[in-house]
Ligand binder design. Structure first.
Ligand SMILES: Nc1nc2c(ncn2[C@@H]2O[C@H](COP(=O)(O)OP(=O)(O)O)[C@@H](O)[C@H]2O)c(=O)[nH]1
Ligand SMILES: [Mg+2]
Length: 284
């Protein structure tokens, strides 16, 4: 996925989303549960206000559920209506629909008060690349209407689709740009496949992933690759160990490229550890 965000792209995305926000009652922001903070777009909240936002913490299957609950509580404190979900299986879909209905109740009441006919709630989906927007829409609609894949921005033309006979969903997700305010955020987004492979060094990202796994769940490296005494090793030694373990030679002129790609593939599929890369304030 080679998708670069230039100021022109951002202006266009911002304009498209603010146009579409006018058409809906509620905005669903899809995020990746492995980085609940870094995969949000804080500017979105300004674009959407005062309409409610549901933050879908997608890919719940790839994280520790108890850790994710802590994040959900924090988001709830911010008034963001979090719902954890697995878009690929549909787990959590009911909660999304219930949250839409709950948030729509006062809006419907307002319509009644103004002597207007109450119509179904209208929603739209937004999010940065690769968080699962298309998969989420497919899961709500129950058939392959939205395109999935790693190529963002391919769907054109506005259309409403009816969800479970009671919600109207704009079928094209709004594509937001990722926010990279500190270098570590870039590493996280690269680890999650949000940034295209041309935007980063796979070795650097693999080392970052191994460092975080070592910090958060060192025993995972022992059970997956048989690495002993993980806390005494640094990420370079761990990468070397995995290269040996897999029989990838670092002397074939590619350095640790193969190993790095292997590690990233394993991490993205949740095979190494189900960790959340973002950190919240201690004590929260
Ligand atoms: N493990 C896991 N993978 C998911 C989930 N939802 C989406 N994906 C995968 O994430 C990748 C990106 O999904 P896609 O819907 O194309 O993302 P989009 O770019 O936001 O539209 C695809 O490989 C999906 O299969 C989920 O809940 N769990
Ligand atoms: Mg998509």
């Amino acid at each position: 996925m080679a998708y670069n965000w230039y100021p022109g792209h951002m202006v266009k995305a911002r304009r498209e989303i603010s146009e579409n926000v006018k058409l809906v009652d509620i905005v669903v922001e899809v995020t990746d549960a492995r980085a609940p903070q870094s995969t949000r777009n804080l500017e979105l909240e300004d674009l959407v206000a005062p309409k409610p936002i549901i933050v879908v913490l997608n890919k719940k299957d790839l994280v520790n559920p108890r850790e994710l609950d802590v994040w959900a509580k924090l988001l709830a404190q911010e008034g963001l209506n979090p719902v954890s979900m697995v878009a690929t299986s549909g787990e959590g879909k009911k909660s999304v629909i219930q949250t839409v209905e709950k948030l729509f109740r006062p809006i419907a009441q307002d319509m009644k008060n103004r002597q207007r006919r109450v119509r179904p709630p209208r929603i739209m989906v937004v999010g940065i690349p690769n968080v699962g927007k298309s998969t989420f829409i497919n899961s709500l609609v129950g058939k392959k209407t939205a395109r999935t894949g790693s190529q963002p921005g391919v769907t054109r033309g506005k259309q409403w689709v009816r969800v479970e006979g009671k919600i109207d969903l704009l079928d094209t997700p709004g594509l937001m740009w990722p926010r990279v305010s500190v270098p570590e955020q870039g590493l996280k987004l690269a680890a999650l496949g949000v940034l295209g492979p041309k935007a980063y060094s796979e070795e650097e990202v693999a080392r970052y992933v191994l460092r975080r796994v070592r910090e958060i769940e060192p025993q995972a490296l022992e059970s997956r690759y048989g690495i002993k005494d993980v806390p005494s090793l640094d990420e370079n030694q761990i990468l070397e160990f995995i290269a040996c373990f897999r029989g990838f030679s670092e002397n074939d002129g590619t350095g640790f490229q193969k190993t790095a790609r292997f590690v990233l593939g394993e991490f993205r599929r949740g095979r190494i550890a189900r960790i959340i890369l973002d950190e919240h304030e201690p004590g929260t």
